[in-house]
Design a protein around this ligand. Structure first.
Ligand code: FES
Length: 323
């Protein structure tokens, strides 16, 4: 069930980046959230999309009845961002899910140092992490924020609020004449530093390559992707068993499990619909999923007890789901 909010304010942050402040209609407090969390925003056109939550630049401005999301207009928008940029105006009502966190920060005192790497709008959850580390008094963190051009650098106020010393490092590709040197960042990181990254796939792919070259173990860098790395599984030709009702649904070629469930009139929670947010995660009770998401680890994929039904399919003729 979603909470009704109103667009309270829209602020220009940078080329193609806006800050949307979303406030409850009656001033009721929204649920507390932790650094790295996102919220599913339900738009009037029925589209639901996830956006990372951003703290206020000044803690007193962090009203309990307000969430902040940074939104970047993307050429490949699948409906959410495009709607917010074209139709989102102050006063428009939207729905919000409870916050979810699939990109959580380590616990207090669990890391001696933290390296945060954000590309473009992917810096949003990392700003929240840096603020949380500061609030804990864990000041051994550094935030690398990469943009292609200076006009794309957003969140000036939030970064200024964080940026004592040289802990916030803006990298502008066009001015440096090169992309962020991930290898150097990893080489300079304190031993056993906690590493977090969010951004476009080329940045995260370069990070994965550099981490392997640096001898870091798999999973040493916590990553959140907002773009898929694989096409959805739409080969069809298998049957999904919904264990709670006993219904059997044949998934035809060209369809996803989520799409087939909707076609049958079944309501299932989903948000990004591209395997990056975790909203549609479903327990698997039988069969072997064909994973296409970017959230579950290789170990979790191999384990096969959970899957994202918006994009993943089946490697076996039958898949039994906890639905
Ligand atoms: S809806 Fe986001 S992972 Fe499926």
């Amino acid at each position: 069930m979603s909470t009704a909010v109103r667009i309270q304010r829209i602020t220009w942050l940078a080329d193609d980046v806006r800050l949307f402040e979303l406030r409850t209609l009656d001033g009721a407090a929204l649920p507390a959230w932790s650094a790295g969390a996102h919220v599913d925003v339900e738009l009037p056109n029925g589209v639901v999309r996830p956006y990372s939550l951003l703290p206020a630049a000044r803690p007193p401005d962090d009203r309990p009845d307000t969430y902040r999301i940074g939104v970047k207009r993307a050429a490949d928008s699948t409906g959410g961002t495009r709607w917010l940029f074209s139709r989102g105006q102050v006063g428009v009502e939207l729905g919000l899910s409870a916050p979810r966190n699939t990109f959580g920060l380590h616990g207090p005192g669990e890391a001696a140092a933290t390296v945060l790497i954000g590309g473009g709008i992917g810096v949003t959850p990392l700003i929240a992490m840096a603020a949380e580390l500061d609030a804990r008094g864990e000041r051994a963190w550094v935030l690398h924020y990469a943009v292609a051009r200076r006009e794309q650098a957003a969140f000036a106020e939030e970064l200024a609020a964080l940026g004592a010393g040289d802990r916030v490092r803006l990298h502008v590709d066009a001015e440096a004449g090169s992309v962020l040197d991930i290898g150097r960042i990893l080489a300079e990181a304190a031993p056993a530093a906690a590493l977090y990254a969010c951004g476009p796939n080329p940045l995260l792919d370069a990070l994965a390559t550099a981490a392997t070259a640096a001898g870091l173990p798999p999973g040493a860098v916590r990553v959140e992707r907002f773009s898929p790395t694989a096409e959805p599984a739409t080969g069809g030709g298998y049957t999904v068993v919904l264990i709670r009702s006993g219904r059997r649904l044949d998934i035809p070629p060209g369809a996803t499990i989520l799409g087939t469930l909707r076609k049958e009139g079944l309501s299932v929670l989903a948000s990004c619909e591209r395997g990056t947010c975790g909203t549609c995660e479903t327990a698997v009770l039988g069969g072997t999923p064909d994973h296409r998401d970017t959230l579950l680890s290789p170990e979790e994929h191999a384990d096969g007890t959970s899957m994202m039904i918006c994009c993943s399919g089946s490697l076996t003729p039958e898949l039994i789901l906890d639905l």
